[in-house]
Design a protein around this ligand. Structure first.
Ligand SMILES: Cc1cc2nc3c(=O)[nH]c(=O)nc-3n(C[C@H](O)[C@H](O)[C@H](O)COP(=O)(O)OP(=O)(O)OC[C@H]3O[C@@H](n4cnc5c(N)ncnc54)[C@H](O)[C@@H]3O)c2cc1C
Length: 454
């Protein structure tokens, strides 16, 4: 029997796609690392399907690559070594939303935005907000410990995970954690699985913590003559004891790219900007936003635009959402990295990126979640032939982030893209310890092999 026939017999409820046209969407993700055709794709519909595929993988010594929505930016869902792509997208049920316990129970294929809307209808809030929220799945968010603009105040995915159901590479189903908000029994396996990039187990259900939905959200955009002034305002806002729920910074090149497309006309001479959002439950929110605005002005802001209603708030956020596309107006290709540094090193990181770009002959643009030091650094270039030179510049960017006390990836994960840098950040002993953990879970190295480790 062929692989596809065997799998179809094994998981009769699931959809099994052979290598070829129908499986083509599963050959790639959003990393830009190219196409890696799997030998088969299984769209699981139940935990039993997942168990059957993992047991089969062990028996036949075939790699299995778990997959959510394929929006990952580090190549984690690519079948680099062939084998089976195990898609969880059809396991997309919100099992329960409990107001009494302030938790929800979800299958991994639920799209993040669908979950957010469902809980918000009950005046509850699930804060993690990667910008891919309209497409990405909870399973992928858990595997990458995704974060977004709101992480500065509310933390990332792991801060909301109470319990998991997962299938180990040998097909054993385990339940880790607890439904209660508190609990410390045993090793914290739940948070070992979160962020493990699909290399230790396949997550089949998650119990997530919910908090009350803030009743008020207020937003401003402050534009500055340069990014130094914008970064100075970030420090001033935190020094003043304020904690915005989003604090997004844009450097000069980013603002010059966004300007012609933006829904607002920026004043002449704009060379940096901050998008600040405060939330809460009463009038204090307006006061906090006003105070952030004053601090921006005192740090040299040319203009501060505060949204007066929800429509204006959305427009301000459009400025942030259009950045990626606007950068292609400068140069059609880019290499994009998501380093993070301690907040106090933000401006040094932006300056270093500029110097590295100049040295290698590339324009650069940096923007991102300034509140938690997570910058999206872009090298812009004209054609694919420049990419190799760009890679050398990226090595220097990543080394700078490490030297400044930061990390090679603030949110996109290591996957294939960053594995050659892991040792540089963490050192031999920590990488070796993680590899021992990997072997304890997956002695045959069949679950998402080749990811994370150099
Ligand atoms: C436009 C855009 C904006 C983005 N913005 C952000 C952002 O702000 N913040 C951020 O953190 N990320 C961002 N990302 C990256 C990406 O969306 C996130 O990493 C997301 O969490 C991936 O989810 P996914 O469902 O697409 O996972 P996939 O890409 O399918 O998989 C990602 C990883 O998770 C593993 N995996 C998937 N499901 C499971 C499962 N059930 N069990 C075990 N392992 C599993 C895969 O093996 C892979 O290693 C962005 C991406 C795009 C395209």
């Amino acid at each position: 029997m062929t692989l596809v026939a065997e799998l179809s017999a094994l998981v009769p409820g699931a959809t099994v796609l052979p290598e070829g046209e129908r499986a083509a969407p599963y050959e790639r993700d959003e990393s830009g690392l190219g196409r890696y055709p799997p030998q088969a794709v299984v769209l699981a519909r139940s935990v039993d399907d997942v168990v059957a595929v993992l047991r089969y993988s062990r028996e036949k010594r075939l790699p299995v690559v778990p997959r959510g929505a394929g929006t990952g930016k580090s190549g984690g869902a690519l079948a680099e070594r062939g084998g089976i792509v195990l898609s969880l997208e059809k396991m997309d049920r919100i099992v329960e939303v409990s107001r009494a316990d302030m938790v929800c129970v979800v299958q991994p294929g639920v799209v993040l935005e669908t979950l957010q809307k469902a809980v918000e209808e009950q005046r509850l809030f699930y804060p993690p907000d990667p910008n891919s929220q309209a497409m990405c799945s909870i399973g992928g968010n858990l595997a990458h410990n995704a974060g977004g603009p709101r992480a500065v105040k509310y933390g990332v995915t792991s801060n909301y995970v109470l319990a998991l159901e997962a299938v180990l590479p040998d097909g054993t189903v385990v339940r880790t954690g607890h439904r209660s908000w508190k609990g410390v029994a045993g090793y914290d396996l739940t948070h070992l699985l979160v962020g493990s990039e699909g290399t230790l187990a396949v997550i089949t259900e998650a119990t997530l913590k919910l908090i009350p939905l803030p009743r008020r959200v207020e937003t401003l955009l402050a534009v500055f003559p340069d990014e130094d002034a914008a970064a100075g305002a970030v420090q001033a806002i935190f020094d003043a004891g304020l904690l915005p729920r989003a604090c997004e910074l844009f450097d000069g090149p980013t603002m010059r790219a966004v300007g012609p497309r933006a829904p607002f006309k920026f004043p002449d001479g704009v060379g940096g900007a901050l998008l600040i959002e405060h939330d809460g439950h009463g009038d204090g929110v307006t006061e906090e936003l006003a105070r952030s605005g004053e601090l921006c002005t005192s740090q040299g802001a040319l203009e501060v635009l505060a949204a007066q209603d929800e429509a204006q708030r959305r427009k301000l956020w459009e400025t942030r959402r259009m950045v990626s596309v606007a950068l292609t107006d400068i140069r059609p290709f880019k290499i994009s990295e998501d380093v993070a540094v301690p907040r106090g090193q933000l401006i040094e990181m932006i300056r270093a990126v500029r110097r590295i770009g100049e040295k290698h002959g590339f324009p650069t643009a940096s923007y991102g979640h300034a509140g938690d030091g997570n910058l999206h650094v872009n090298l812009l270039f004209r054609g694919a032939d420049e990419r190799a030179r760009g890679e050398a510049a990226i090595d220097e960017v990543i080394e700078t982030a490490i030297r400044l006390g930061g990390t090679i990836t603030g949110e996109h994960g290591v996957g294939l893209a960053k594995r050659r840098f892991l040792r540089k950040e963490q050192g031999e002993a920590v990488v070796a310890l993680q590899k021992r953990l990997k072997r304890a879970f997956d002695p045959d190295d069949l679950l998402n092999p080749g990811k994370i480790f150099p």
